[in-house]
Write a protein that binds this ligand. Sequence first.
Ligand code: CA
Length: 231
Amino acid sequence: MPAKQVLIVEDERPIREMIAFGLKRAGFEVREAEDCRSARAALADSRPDLVLVDWMLPDMSGLELTRALKRDRETRELPVILLTARAEEGDKVAGLEGGADDYVTKPFSPRELLARINAVLRRSGTTSVDELIEFDGLVLDQGSHRVTAGGRTVALGPTEYRMLEFFMTHPERVYTRDQLLDRIWGGNVYVEERTIDVHIRRLRKSLEDFGYDHLVQTVRGSGYRFSARTA
Ligand code: CA
């Protein structure tokens, strides 16, 4: 299988090189661009499987670049992950509305970024190297869709699996029911918010036997969070 190619658009060289290093080590082919102009040139030259776009770029914002890519028929299908240093909710929403397939907030760990890249590649149908996501001894295999705890299989329904996969690739953050609906079911389906609670309960029940149900935390008045820390 040929290596998947990722184009990194980031003007800050140390960050760009750090990301490139991690991706190369994970078996990706990497191309780098320091602004939108050189990103355009790189895209005209060869088609990557995914683009990582930093929000703050010198010639044009990463959001504008994402919008432009998603407007263009040639690049519309290209998965884009926005890198942002801004934690404000409004920017994330703008990023996703601008067509980004996901966003990662700086600072992020190479492992988190890799997990998100693999999740986006898998959603877009171009499966990457099978990735094992591990959280506190709980292991999720994105290739086989199997979850294990201490080597024992955790039986999960398909929705609970997707939910757990989302949580394990987006830990330590609070998501409202609305956001979870959007990210796990996709924005086009009509699902009642309380359906989320039902699946959360099922997920906790499945994790309970293995002592991992505490990871799925209710944040009163807000939503849910996946974390090993107690609130
Ligand atoms: Ca930047």
